[in-house]
Design a protein around this ligand. Structure first.
Ligand code: G6P
Ligand code: MG
Length: 222
């Protein structure tokens, strides 16, 4: 059996993936770079700075701005985003997540957060979820962000779990690759088109349950 579950946050625990998109879209419009939801799939799970690099690259503007301007753009995006999540509460927790967290706790399965977002702890607090988490992996503490395995490895280390005995739940391509290369078992939230074939997938979080995780674990790891 698995001993821990490593959760992504944005797009798994709550709908912040949409708010990140709206904040990037506002900045991209200002910079005259066209982005849409298909392009946004590439930004999911990716750090603030790397996302901005991808957007500038997409608009052919990589060479256009100084380092100071780059950091100012990243700050503007974050200010927009932070403003939009101020009113988050327990009402914003995705369906199925709270019963899953409760069942994991009841069964002594450890829970850790492996989100690339520096706003993760704030959001957990707003949604009243902080106490469910045995550890939060700090994205600032790892050299490489997703799709590198580092953040998931750090999350497992912080709760003293063997990474091979962990499940990781993700809604992003970059996150699924990170979980796989870390050596944990990925569970995707989303579509085959976005996340690819050959992994356990649910279309939305209401389909996630402790029983489902056990079933998928036994299918692939037993
Ligand atoms: C998550 C989101 C990304 C976001 C990243 C950094 O991985 O999926 O869209 O860019 O976190 O978030 P932050 O709140 O630190 O800018
Ligand atoms: Mg995500």
């Amino acid at each position: 059996m698995f001993e821990a579950v490593l959760f992504d946050l944005d797009g798994v625990i709550t709908d912040t993936a949409e708010y990140h998109y709206q904040a990037w879209k506002a900045l991209a419009d200002r910079l005259d770079v066209e982005i849409d939801r298909t392009f946004n799939e590439k930004l999911k799970g990716v750090s603030r700075e790397d996302s901005l690099r991808l957007i500038l690259e997409h608009g052919g503007q990589t060479e256009l701005y100084s380092e100071d301007e780059f950091h100012a753009f990243a700050k503007d995006k974050n200010d927009f985003y932070v403003e939009s999540i101020q009113a988050f509460s327990a009402d914003d927790i995705y369906p199925g997540i709270l019963p899953l967290l409760n069942d994991l706790k009841k069964n002594n399965i450890k829970i850790a957060l492996a989100s690339a977002s520096k706003n993760g702890p704030f959001l957990l607090e707003r949604m009243g979820l902080t106490d469910y988490f045995d550890a939060i992996a700090d994205p600032a503490a790892v050299k490489k962000g997703k799709p590198a395995p580092d953040l998931f490895l750090l999350a497992a280390e912080k709760i003293d779990a063997e990474i091979e005995n962990c499940l990781g739940i993700e809604d992003a391509q970059a996150g699924i690759i990170a979980i796989q290369s870390a050596g944990a078992l990925p569970i995707g939230v989303g579509s085959v088109e976005d996340l690819g074939e050959g992994i356990s997938l649910v279309s939305d979080t209401s389909k996630l349950s402790y029983a489902y995780l056990i079933e998928e674990w036994q299918k692939t790891r037993a």
